[in-house]
Design a binder for this molecule. Structure first.
Ligand SMILES: [Zn+2]
Length: 258
């Protein structure tokens, strides 16, 4: 059933990564194999390189990552727990394919979480945090100008996680990380075009946080999430992609070719 369709794949080359993703990748050498597999798959979902409904065949993942089945299963179980992967009885694991109702619920959850995060940011962001956010927004603008779609996707999601970092609440940050990854799946499925990606809204949110204007910051983040949701079109088909091509560019799988 797996189609080897690559026409919609973004460029496979890894471009500059968001600070958030760099942290994950740089510690990769010291990680447990299942953690490494988990991070590579969740990053591929986050970056929309892995599309909804793609079959995650255990045998192929073993070959791609050079690990055994229990390692792959641990990673898939964790992804399933985070609702990024569906494990179907007798059929195996698939990248999750959220329904329109799932999409609405995820954005509702993001509104609740990000309203709290934004209020906390206004309360506790210091000058260096604001400077860091300005730098992030400038990186996003540069990525949009250069037309590097993958980099834009990564930075857009990472902006929201940067806000969560400022709150120093690691549970809330982790929760948002899952929601942002789920949002990537939703945009893969239902995004009409790159309007679904965050644009100048981020700069306006940072401006309100810098001015310590809590109400305005909350209003802007909620309007931003509402506009992301309303830019979706719930009538699209998805297609499956080739697992090898998704992960092949990464250093540690350089022995494989198709
Ligand atoms: Zn955004």
């Amino acid at each position: 059933m797996e189609k080897r369709e690559e026409r919609d794949l973004p460029p496979l080359k890894q471009s500059a990564r968001s600070p958030d993703m760099v942290i994950k990748k740089e510690t990769m050498g010291k990680q447990e194999p299942s953690e490494r597999v988990y991070l590579d798959i969740s990053n591929a979902i986050f970056e929309q390189r892995l599309k909804p409904s793609t079959k995650l065949g255990e045998q192929m993942l073993c070959e791609i990552f050079g690990v055994n089945r229990p390692v792959i299963r641990r990673a898939l179980m964790r992804l399933s727990y985070e609702t990024l992967v569906d494990i179907r009885p007798n059929r195996g694991a698939f990248v999750a394919s959220p329904s329109p109702e799932d999409a609405r619920q995820i954005f509702e959850a993001r509104r609740a979480v990000e309203e709290w995060i934004t209020r906390q940011c206004v309360a506790c962001a210091g000058p260096s945090d604001i400077e860091h956010l300005h730098a992030h927004v400038a990186m996003e603008a540069e990525a949009r100008r250069s037309g590097d779609r993958l980099h834009v996707i990564r930075l857009s999601g990472a902006f929201h996680l940067e806000l969560a970092n400022i709150t120093k609440n690691s549970r809330m940050r982790r929760f948002l990380e899952e929601l942002v990854a789920q949002t990537s799946l939703i945009i893969s499925l239902y995004g009409k075009n790159d309007e679904s990606l965050c644009d100048d809204d981020h700069a306006r949110i940072v401006e309100a946080i810098a001015q310590k204007d809590s109400e305005s910051a909350v209003k802007r983040i909620c309007a931003h999430l509402d506009s992301c949701l309303s830019s979706l079109s719930f009538a699209e088909e998805n297609d499956s992609t080739d697992l090898r091509s998704i992960f092949m560019d990464q250093r540690h799988y350089n022995t494989l070719s198709s």
